[in-house]
Structures are given as C-alpha cells and as structure tokens.
Design a protein around this ligand. Structure first.
Ligand code: DGY
Length: 433
C-alpha cells in the first residue's frame, strides 16, 4: 500500500480544510471521523491537521456541544440533511446531536509529536477553551445527576449506530415517522451492509422529538425516550479528559487541568457500574436501568481509557482470545458468539479500523503487546488486500460500506501499515464475498 494512495484518498476527500468521510455516502464533515483524520494529517502537514479540528469547532453550539455532522455546504445524496434536523445552527448548519469526543485526544497527540511545537501550541491554545467547553458539556449537560456516567440520547451519537446494544433501548421508542423512502445510504451501499428501515424510523422519531423541544439539550438529556450510557463514549471521554488535561498543563492552564482530571476520576470510578457478570464492560440503558445484553468491541475501550486494573485488562485479553478463535480478522464489532452477530451489517459484526486503533492502544498500555500487534497486523492485511473500505467482514475480510474512506486511510498512516501485507502465521483471506 503506497503512502501515495493514502495521500490521494485524503486529498480527494478534502473539501477545503475539512475532510468528508467518503464522497458517495457521507458528503459532509463528521465529528469523530475528523478527529482521526486530523491525527493522520499531522504526519503529513501539522497546519492542515489543526485546520481539520478548527473547521469542526466552527460548528460548536453556544452550550458547548460539538455536533456530529457539519453541513458546511450543500451536497446531494445524504439523509437526513440539514432540513430534516431543523436545528438553530446556521453558520455553519449542523445536526443536533454529537458523536464520540475524540477531538481533544487528537489535539494533544498532534502537539505532543509536533515537529513545530511552537506553532502547534499556538493553534492548540486557541482551541483549548472550545475543547474544554465541549468536555464541560458532556460532564454537566450529559450527566445531569453527576453520577459519572455520561449519556447519549440517540444511537447515532455513539458512532456505532445499529449495534445490538441499542436493540432493547430502541424497542421502547415507539416510531412516529416512516422514513425508509427518504434514505439514500441503502441506495449507495448494499442494503445488507446498512441499518434497517425500522432502525431509521426509530432514530428519526428521536430526532423529531428533540426538534420539538427547540433543540434544548438540557431538556433532551432528561426527556429523551432513549437515554443510554455508551461504554464507547464513556471510555473515549475519560481518555480525552486526561489528554486534554495534559494539553492544558502544557499550556500552563493548571486550573483547567484539575477540573478535567476530576471529571475523568469520577467517570472512571463509575465504570464499576458497567461490569457484567462475565466481567466484560457493557453499555447501560439509563431508562430501564439494565446493562446491555450484547458484548461488543467497544467493551475493550476502558483499557484505552487507562481505567482498568491490570487484572481486568488480563481478563479482557482472555475475552479477546476467545473471540479470535471464531473469526479470521480481529476485532469484530460484536461478539462473534452472539446470535445477533452479522459479519456484514455495519456495527453488528464488521471490523472498523478506528476502533481497532483504540483497542490496540489499550492492550499495549497494559503490556499485551502480542494482542496489539495482532490487531495492527489484521488491520494492515485488510487494508492492503481489500482497500480503504469503511469496514470489513471479520470472517472473509471482504470490504464493506463506502470505499476510499478517510478514516481508514488515516489509520493506515498512523500505523504505517505499508509492509504489513504479508500473510502471517499461515493465515490468509478466503476470496472476498
Ligand atoms: C449514518 O448516516 O450512517 C451515520 O453513521 C450517522 O451519523
């Protein structure tokens, strides 16, 4: 995989300071996609990396929320577009929900490794209050009772849209709209690789209800019919709090750093309430009070947060090995032993490079270097053999979803995946389905 290809993908998806995930399926700026893309860009061009984050934060709401989609310019081919969200955001227009808060970790990573540290700190200093406001929003607006468990109000916020974790909480959302005919995604990608119409009806019911409040985030956080603590966001936020605290310290803002560390400590302590009887970390439905009945790859992310004990990390390594016995390519998004595991359908089974990147980081931190190396090798083989797909079939390796995907290219850059395309340990992919 020549580095040139990675550059070509990022260049083709560049819209002038921000990057679309993929031109065909997602023609706008997406929140967590841009954070990973910024980390990748930093290896090529630190100035451009910061611009990616700055363009995202142009859309920050007055209350601190960073929306999940920024509609900088009109584009055809995506539902729901700005007219369906009807948010008060006008310059630029945006959706009314958020996504996993990776941006602070991206900013710290770029500064820490900067070739031009002075320039990087100057850019980061301008972003710092905005990043801090976004973390305050999570810990205050999205944790109204101060429990340490932050909540999401729509499955799209988790980034793992149709994960089986959301089946039970979504079943309690009575659909009031029918939107299947408006969808564009399943006309651009094989419908077997996308969420169902029933899923879209329920999430757009949540959007409709949120819109009826006038997009009042404090009300939505307590009134939404879908209120879930997502183990992915909970973990990513703890890590991002710590990374932002490190950035604040580097920029001589100790007061900010102390607030962030206190939030991170509270949220890390609350993880104890998310452990299932089998020891895995789960998401929690805050409406029913039940832990999710699905074990998913995001359940490894407390290691990325550095919020696990060594014994918990070792138990996670044993779970990883059990999963690895059932699929050819790690890490499937859903436990491959779960009857709902579907190797093709979006977040119900496929492998995602960005999640792999975070899971490997977590295992490496706890000394499980063999697992980290296995994940990097699998990701490298998937991308070098099958291209920069949005996601991959963990059984056959087949590329799925959109192609020439920005964040898949960014992870290839970050992991320097050139040269890991040789089959290792006798494994090889069967022909793509
Ligand atoms: C989509 O449209 O599938 C996105 O994941 C929503 O953010």
């Amino acid at each position: 995989m020549p580095a040139q290809t990675v550059r070509a993908i990022l260049a083709a998806n560049d819209r002038g300071g921000y990057t679309v995930p993929n031109n065909r399926v997602y023609p706008f700026q997406w929140n967590w996609d841009s954070a990973f893309v910024a980390m990748g860009f930093a290896l090529l061009d630190e100035d451009r990396a910061f611009t990616e984050l700055e363009r995202l934060f142009e859309a920050q709401w007055p209350d601190g929320m960073v929306p999940h989609i920024v509609f900088h310019v009109d584009a055809e081919g995506y539902y729901p577009g700005p007219e369906h969200w009807g948010t008060p955001a006008t310059a630029p227009r945006s959706s009314g929900i958020t996504q996993p808060p990776v941006a602070a970790s991206a900013a710290w990573r770029i500064v820490e490794a900067a070739r031009d540290r002075v320039a990087a700190e100057a850019r980061a200093r301008a972003l710092l209050p905005k990043l801090f406001a976004s973390h305050a929003w999570w810990h205050e607006v999205r944790d109204p009772d101060g429990s340490g468990l932050v909540r999401v109000v729509n499955p799209w916020e988790t980034g793992r849209d149709n994960s089986p974790e959301w089946d039970a909480p979504l079943a309690a959302v009575v659909p009031t709209v029918s939107v299947g005919h408006l969808r564009q995604d399943n006309k651009r990608v094989d419908p077997k690789e996308r969420p169902t119409d029933d899923f879209y009806n329920r999430v757009m019911t949540l959007v409709t209800a949120a819109r009826a409040t006038g997009w009042d985030n404090r009300r939505i956080a307590v009134e939404s019919a879908f209120r879930v603590c997502d183990i992915g966001i909970q973990s990513i936020l703890i890590r991002a709090d710590r990374d932002l605290a490190a950035l604040a310290r580097a920029l001589a803002e100790p007061g900010m750093a102390a607030r962030l560390e206190a939030w991170a400590d509270r949220s890390a302590a609350a993880l104890a309430g998310l452990v299932a009887p089998d020891g895995s970390w789960r998401s929690k439905d805050l409406v029913s009070g039940r832990l999710a009945d699905a074990s998913v790859s995001a359940g490894f992310l407390p290691l990325y947060a550095r919020a696990a004990s060594q014994a918990e990390a070792d138990a996670a390594a044993a779970r990883f090995r059990a999963w690895a016995g059932r699929v050819a390519r790690m890490v499937p998004s859903t436990d491959p032993g779960d009857p709902r595991f579907d190797p093709h359908r979006y977040w119900r089974g496929p492998v995602w490079s960005v999640v792999n990147f975070m899971i490997a980081d977590g295992f490496a931190h706890y000394g499980h270097d063999d697992i980290a190396a296995r994940i990097r090798r699998d990701t490298g083989q998937l991308t070098t053999r099958h291209g920069f797909a949005e996601y991959f079939d963990p059984v056959t390796g087949a590329p799925l979803g959109g192609r020439d995907f920005s964040w898949t290219a960014a992870i290839a850059l970050l992991w320097n995946l050139v040269g890991v395309d040789q089959p290792v340990g006798g494994e090889s992919d069967p022909p793509a389905a």
